[in-house]
Design a protein around this ligand. Structure first.
Ligand code: COI
Length: 355
C-alpha cells in the first residue's frame, strides 16, 4: 500500500514551465506532516567524524531500543525552509545560521556535529531532490527538518557511541490554525520552559515535550499558544512554546535577551536587523510582564511561525488587546522578510542562497 501511495503521489498535478508539482491541495496547507519523497542520512563514525551521507527515499529508520536518543533524549533539531521564487527556482534562507546553531547545540549536548558545509549541502540536496513538494510562491514553503541524534546503544547515562544526522522535509502553510489572523496568547504561571544553566538556549528535543501540558491546557481554553515567564522571578517574558516574542511600544521594539534560556531564533535576529534598518530602536533586554500588558503591539517570530501578530494576551484573568492589521509594525516587518525570502526584493545582506 505504501508503494502504491508513493506511486500515486508521484503523478504530476500541473505543469508550470518545466516544473512538475506533487499532487497536493496547495491552497489548504497547514502544518501537518506530508513527507516529501527523499531524506538525507549521514552517520558519524566512532572517532566522531561525519563522512559521506546519502539521499534515500523517505521512510522509517531502525534504532536499537537502547539508543541514546530514546533513553536519554540526546538529540537536537533545526528548522529551515526552501522557498519558491516566481520564476520557479528555489531559495534557502540563511541555512548557514542553522548549521552554526546546530554546532552550538551539539556542543551543549555532548554530540559531534556535521560541518557547516556538510549541513548546508545536505539541506540543499534535500530541497532540490524534493523540488516538486516546494509549494508555488505564496502558497507555502518546504519545511526542512535537520535532526542530529545519539543513535548508538547505551545503558548507563553517557553520550551515545554513534550519531546519525537526518534531514527530511514537508510542504507547509501557516503554523497556527488561525492562519494569518492574530493569535490569542495565555501567560503560563505554573510551568516554566527553561531555567538558567539548562538547555533552553539550544534546540534540544528535551525542550519541547515538557511544554505540551501547558500548551494543550491553553489550547483547550481556546488560546493559540502560551507565553512563558522566567523560572526565577516569574515576572519576565521568555518565549512561546514554538517561537520568540517581540513587544512594540512607540518606535521601540524590545525582545528578551538571550541569556541561555531563550532560543536564538534566526527569524528573531533577521527581524531585529530589518526593524533597525527601518529606523526602529531595537533592544534586547529583560521585558517585564507588566510592560507586555501595556504594549502597543506584540508579535511572535520563528521559522515555522514566520512573523505572527498577537491580538490578545491573557494574564491573571486580565485580557488586553493589541494593535494588529495592515498598518501594524508586525505586518510591515513580515512583508519585508517574506519578500526577501521569496526573492521579491533584492537581498543586500547575503541571507538568501539561490539553489
Ligand atoms: C521552527 O520554527 O522551525 C521550530 O522548530 C518550532 C517548532 C515547534 C515547529
Amino acid at each position: 500500500a505504501a508503494t502504491a501511495l508513493r506511486e500515486e503521489r508521484k503523478k504530476p498535478i500541473y505543469q508550470n514551465g518545466d516544473d512538475e508539482y506533487a499532487d497536493l491541495d496547495w491552497d489548504n496547507l497547514g502544518f501537518g506532516l506530508t513527507p516529501a519523497d527523499y531524506m538525507y542520512v549521514m552517520k558519524c563514525s566512532k572517532d566522531g567524524a561525519f563522512t559521506e551521507g546519502e539521499v534515500s527515499p523517505y521512510g522509517n529508520i531502525q534504532l536499537s531500543p537502547s539508543a541514546g536518543v530514546l533513553n536519554y533524549g540526546q538529540a537536537i533539531y533545526e528548522g529551515t525552509k526552501a522557498y519558491r521564487k516566481e520564476d520557479g527556482k528555489l531559495l534557502l534562507f540563511r541555512p548557514d545560521q542553522n548549521a552554526i546553531r546546530m554546532k552550538l547545540g551539539a556542543e551543549r549536548m555532548l554530540m559531534p556535529s556535521p560541518s557547516v558545509d556538510q549541513f548546508v549541502n545536505a539541506v540543499k540536496q534535500i530541497a532540490l531532490a524534493n523540488k516538486r513538494w516546494v509549494p508555488p510562491t505564496g502558497k507555502g514553503t518546504l519545511y526542512i527538518r535537520p535532526l542530529l541524534m545519539g543513535s548508538g546503544p547505551i545503558l548507563g547515562l553517557g553520550p551515545a557511541p554513534e550519531y546519525t544526522f537526518i534531514v527530511y522535509a514537508s510542504p507547509v502553510g501557516n503554523y497556527f490554525k488561525e492562519g494569518v489572523a492574530a493569535l490569542n496568547l495565555y501567560v503560563e504561571e505554573e510551568y516554566v520552559r527553561a531555567a538558567p544553566g539548562g538547555a533552553g538556549g539550544v534546540k534540544s528535543i528535551t525542550n519541547y515535550a515538557p511544554v505540551l501540558k501547558a500548551l494543550s491546557r491553553a489550547k483547550s481554553l481556546g488560546f493559540s499558544d502560551v507565553l512563558y515567564l522566567d523560572s526565577v522571578k516569574k515576572q519576565y517574558l521568555e518565549e512561546a512554546s514554538s517561537c520568540n516574542v517581540f513587544v512594540v511600544k512607540g518606535r521601540t521594539i524590545s525582545t528578551p535577551e538571550t541569556n541561555g534560556t531563550i532560543l536564538e531564533g534566526i527569524t528573531r535576529k533577521s527581524i531585529m536587523e530589518i526593524a533597525s534598518d527601518q529606523g526602529y530602536k531595537v533592544v534586547e533586554r529583560a521585558v517585564h510582564v507588566d510592560e507586555v500588558m501595556d504594549a502597543d503591539e506584540v508579535f511572535c517570530t520563528g521559522t515555522a511561525v514566520v512573523v505572527a501578530p498577537v491580538g490578545t494576551i491573557t494574564y491573571q484573568n486580565k485580557r488586553v488587546e493589541y494593535k494588529t492589521g495592515d498598518e501594524s509594525v508586525c505586518l510591515k516587518l513580515r512583508s519585508i522578510l517574506v519578500s526577501i525570502q521569496t526573492g521579491l526584493i533584492e537581498d543586500n545582506k547575503g541571507w538568501v542562497m539561490n539553489i
